[in-house]
Design a protein around this ligand. Structure first.
Ligand code: MLT
Length: 240
C-alpha cells in the first residue's frame, strides 16, 4: 500500500486516480460527520456551496432532512445545524438525511468524490479508518487534508500521521510523498498531547475565540467512536 498525504484539496493532483481516498477535517467537519452517523443519521450529503445544497435538499421531504451549514466556524443563519459535533446528538439526527456544507471539510470530500473508495477520517474514528485500510488493502491511497482556506492545518496533518502510525503497526507501508513522512513525524512528536496541539493550531484558536473550547476536547478524543463514514454514492456518506 502506497500512501500520499496532501495538506489541502488544492494540492491534490489534477490527473491520476487512487484506489482509495481518506478526507480529513478534524476541526470539525469529519468529526461531526462521524458523530452524526454514530448517532444514527441515515446519511450525510456534502456540498461545496449553499446553492447546490438547497437544490439537492429540495428533492427530499423536509421532515426527513436537516440542513447544516458553517462558514468561518459559525453556523450560517437560517440553517438547522452548524458544525459542532455536539449538535449531532441522537435526539436530533437519528433517521435523518443531513445536507451539509462547511468552509473546507465538505470541499475536501467533494474533491475526491470520483475515487472508488472514499472515507471520512478524524481522530475520533481513527481505528475504524485504519482497520478499513488494512482490510481493503488498496494499492494507492490519498489522504486529503481539508486545511483552512487553502492553507496547511496542523490538526488534519497530525491525524494523517496518526493513520500512518497505527497502520504501520499492522503492515508495511510505502510513503508516496514527503508530506506523508512529515505527517508521521508530527504525530510521533505530539501523540501524547493531541488536545494541546488542537488548541495551539490556528483554527483551534479561532474556535476558542468563538467559544467552542469543548469542541476541541471532543475532536481530540482518539478512538472515542467506532464508525466509518463511507461514500455510498458521490458526495453521500453512510455508516460503513
Ligand atoms: C471546515 O470545514 O472548515 C470546518 O469544519 C470549520 C469548522 O470548524 O466548523
Amino acid at each position: 500500500m502506497k500512501i500520499f498525504v496532501y495538506h489541502t484539496p488544492a494540492l491534490v493532483p489534477a490527473v491520476g486516480n487512487p484506489d482509495c481516498a481518506i478526507a480529513i477535517d478534524v476541526l470539525r467537519a469529519t468529526t461531526s460527520i462521524a458523530t452524526a452517523l454514530a448517532s444514527g443519521a441515515e446519511a450525510i450529503e456534502v456540498f461545496a456551496d449553499l446553492e447546490a445544497l438547497e437544490q439537492a435538499s429540495a428533492q427530499y421531504p423536509a421532515e426527513l432532512t436537516l440542513k447544516a451549514a458553517e462558514r468561518g466556524g459559525s453556523k450560517v443563519s437560517g440553517y438547522d445545524l452548524g458544525n459542532s459535533p455536539f449538535e449531532y446528538s441522537e435526539e436530533v439526527v437519528k433517521g435523518k438525511r443531513i445536507f451539509m456544507t462547511t468552509t473546507n471539510g465538505t470541499r475536501a470530500l467533494q474533491r475526491v468524490k470520483d475515487v472508488p473508495h472514499v472515507v471520512a477520517g478524524a481522530l475520533v474514528n481513527l481505528q475504524s479508518v485504519v482497520n478499513f485500510l488494512h482490510d481493503l488493502d488498496p494499492a494507492v491511497v490519498w489522504i486529503v487534508c481539508a486545511g483552512w482556506e487553502g492553507n496547511f492545518a496542523l490538526e488534519d496533518t497530525v491525524c494523517a500521521g496518526a493513520i500512518l502510525a497505527h497502520l504501520q503497526k499492522l503492515r508495511n507501508l510505502a510513503f508516496g510523498n514527503d508530506e506523508a513522512i512529515a505527517a508521521l513525524a508530527l504525530y510521533q512528536q505530539s501523540h501524547n498531547q493531541l488536545e494541546e496541539l488542537l488548541r495551539y493550531a490556528s483554527h483551534g484558536q479561532r474556535l476558542a475565540r468563538l467559544g467552542a473550547t469543548a469542541d476541541l476536547t471532543y475532536c481530540a478524543g482518539l478512538n472515542s467512536l467506532y464508525v466509518l463514514p463511507k461514500q455510498s454514492a458521490p458526495g453521500v456518506l453512510t455508516a460503513g
